[in-house]
Design a binder for this molecule. Sequence first.
Ligand SMILES: C[S@@+](CC[C@H](N)C(=O)[O-])C[C@H]1O[C@@H](n2cnc3c(N)ncnc32)[C@H](O)[C@@H]1O
Length: 237
Amino acid sequence: MPDDDWRSTNLANWNERVAFHAASGNYRVEQIATDPDVISGVVDFDRQLVGDATGKRAGVAARWYFGDLYDAPQVIGDETFDLVYTGVGAIGWLPDIRGWAQVVGHFVAPGGSFFIRECHPVLSALDYDDPDRLSIIFPYFETAEPTVFDEDGTYVDRDASFEHNRTVEWIHGLAETIQALLDAGLVLDDVGEHTFTDWQPFDRFQKIDERYGHWALPEDIRSHLPTMFHLKMHRPA
Ligand SMILES: C[S@@+](CC[C@H](N)C(=O)[O-])C[C@H]1O[C@@H](n2cnc3c(N)ncnc32)[C@H](O)[C@@H]1O
């Protein structure tokens, strides 16, 4: 698939859903903007929301750059940062986790840190339409060929209807992600696999926490499946 196809297909799908996500209770934009205790490091990078995110409400001055992840070193340059963070739901859109990790490594300053919280690849490999079992039907390891979905709706409202429904996605195994970051020169400080999510992946997930908006499988099968992971890494000074 030519590069521009997957980028433009995903962008059309995502852009159509951004305003809908922002208006939904799941994203808790108003709560995050007004209750500092809930911010927990959450920043929204979407262009249509930058009006809210440029610091007007949070009182923080920020510079904003827009571009494809793989172009970030060209767009931002050689500046390095004390903390690099990537938001939930990001790496599944990218074909090459090693290329992504090189971009992350490019920006972490000596002595600086990298933090990621992400959807667990085992959750991404599941059949969301099987109401009875946790069945793996998609790759767990990164493959050259993407998995292409054609699904109306979105995770904050599966009954909503949109025009652009195709997405082009890739899974990256947890060790593939960690190894790619190690190969980019980072050192692993902390790794965790979790049993909650920030969204409802499929019907069997139940809301377990209103304040932070967490969902999880019913307690009797909660220990069967990792749903998110986190990594904290640093570049030696
Ligand atoms: C599921 S969202 C996650 C963003 C945010 N955490 C959220 O929950 O809204 C996926 C994000 O990945 C971004 N994205 C997808 N492909 C990208 C690419 N090739 N380069 C840069 N960003 C990309 C989209 O613009 C979108 O903001």
